[in-house]
Design a protein around this ligand. Sequence first.
Ligand code: ADP
Length: 159
Amino acid sequence: MVRRAIYPGSFDPPTLGHLDIIERAARQFDELIVGIGVNSDKPPFLDTQDRLSALRECTAGMAGVTVESFEGLLVEHARARGCQVIVRGLRAVSDFEYEFRVAMANRRLAPEIETLFLITRDEYSFLASSVVRDVARHGGNYQAFVPEAVGKLIAKKRL
Ligand code: ADP
């Protein structure tokens, strides 16, 4: 059986913290799908195509990693793609409450799919997409927080 997992998120924008989780998760599975969840309620910071192409560029050298976007319920998408595991990252205690609720709900919806948490690396424990967005909007230097491909995309944006 192929061990296949999905790492879902907004990745708006992708950060070095996300990339670290992708690298480490990819080592645990035959195939890892990085799934960009498309939420049409709010306008994104980077549009879906940009996030897709940047994440594809960053993961091009990683065996078994593919990047795609999806709409709708995560567990339905995970099922349709034959994933046994959902990977999420955990930073501080503050992540836990939200992640716990989502994982519980997902288990009710799809008991056959396991949620697996990877703990952040300490140097990325403060890093969130919202931090990058705020720094970029206020003209600060966000380059150390994001992969190069993402930095280039943000630089091209009119903020
Ligand atoms: P979402 O909107 O689904 O929470 P995010 O793109 O913000 O999507 O995050 C996707 C996943 O990556 C979440 O599980 C989040 O906790 C995790 N994550 C984000 N930043 C980091 C980081 N610096 N270290 C570890 N995990 C992280």
